[in-house]
Ligand binder design. Structure first.
Ligand SMILES: NC(=O)c1ccc[n+]([C@@H]2O[C@H](COP(=O)([O-])OP(=O)(O)OC[C@H]3O[C@@H](n4cnc5c(N)ncnc54)[C@H](OP(=O)(O)O)[C@@H]3O)[C@@H](O)[C@H]2O)c1
Length: 290
């Protein structure tokens, strides 16, 4: 069944509220030769068929092989029917490395432009001015439509904005009921005020832990709405004004469940109760420089 996914508007880009993640497809940071690639490709195709047209990947996923799987997943649909995000890893943030990394991502994805290209995480050893300049060049060349960052806090965001002609369209961060660090440190509010879309990753926890029963408040609310804990967890993230979420799954049942996070609303009261009373984690994921 094809779902119409609502769109969220930022100042520089509009994106579907729910996007499709691809981390762990093809392997983790290295290609896994035993991975069931056919299952992952089928997972990407099923997501697109269901209406999830924004696909998120990165050069570092499965050592580049994840992008090759995405290429196969999108091979039969028109390029402009999908929104492609990829990311340049923190060890490739020098000017020439950014240009080369983008060229390699485009080759693996078999496309001639990316809708969004993000700095995957900060690298204090490389001036942001140099990286943002390279990203502007990619926009000028038409290889990238919009530029963003990932795992950036407010000081880093301000620096990135200062050095960018294209501007920062999105900040992709670890955000969920159990990962509230970017709420606590003001990043969410800053992004909202600046019209930067926040792309929340791991909305149901790193290993889907928010999908499992046993967390009383989530179970109670899910029960009252006739939804699952995962659907409530994703819905809570999406009800934040400027936030979209990414979910990854290669499992058709999980895909259907995740789509069921859309199309209904938590009451003001239940949102406030989750905001206030759910055990707040302070974990924050920042990918390392290799
Ligand atoms: N920028 C960054 O630094 C960064 C970091 C992490 C992630 N990301 C991006 O964000 C995407 C989403 O994050 P994520 O993959 O870490 O987390 P996620 O999508 O919240 O969760 C993925 C895990 O949960 C499982 N899962 C998915 N739906 C489920 C459901 N309804 N019930 C139970 N389990 C479920 C998946 O396994 P199955 O396949 O078996 O369903 C997978 O193991 C990534 O794929 C990646 O594109 C970016």
């Amino acid at each position: 069944m094809h779902h119409l996914i609502p769109v969220k508007k930022g100042r520089l880009i509009s994106l579907p509220a729910l996007g499709f993640g691809t981390y762990q497809m093809g392997g983790q940071l290295q290609r896994n030769p035993d991975n069931d690639d056919a299952r992952d490709i089928a997972g990407i195709r099923a997501a697109i068929a269901a209406g999830l047209c924004h696909l998120d990947t990165a050069e570092v996923y499965a050592g580049g092989h994840c992008e090759e799987l995405v290429a196969q997943g999108i091979a039969d649909v028109p390029r402009d029917s999908v929104v492609l995000t990829s990311k340049v890893y923190p060890n490739h943030l020098r000017h020439d490395d950014v240009l080369a990394a983008c060229r390699n991502s485009l080759r693996r994805l078999r496309v001639d432009y990316l809708d969004l290209y993000l700095i995957h995480g900060p690298n204090p050893g490389i001036p942001l001015a140099e990286t943002m300049g390279a990203l502007d060049e990619l926009v000028q060349r038409g290889q990238v439509r919009a530029v963003g960052v990932s795992n950036f806090d407010v000081p880093l965001l301000k620096e990135a904005q200062r050095h960018s002609r294209s501007g920062v369209a999105t900040n992709q961060i670890h955000y969920s009921l159990v990962a509230r660090a970017y709420e606590d440190n003001g990043t969410l509010d800053y992004c909202r005020d600046q019209g930067i879309l926040v792309t929340a990753y791991r909305p149901i926890g790193k290993h889907g832990e928010l999908s499992r029963p046993g967390q009383q408040l989530l179970d109670d609310i899910a029960g009252r709405y006739g939804k699952t804990p995962a659907q409530v967890a994703v819905n809570w993230v999406l009800q934040k004004e400027n936030v979209i979420a990414l979910v990854k799954t290669s499992d058709p049942a999980h895909l259907a469940e995740n789509l069921g996070a859309l199309g209904w609303q938590l009451s003001e009261e239940d949102r406030a109760s989750l905001d206030r009373d759910f055990p707040r984690g302070t974990t924050i994921n920042v990918p390392g420089v290799t």
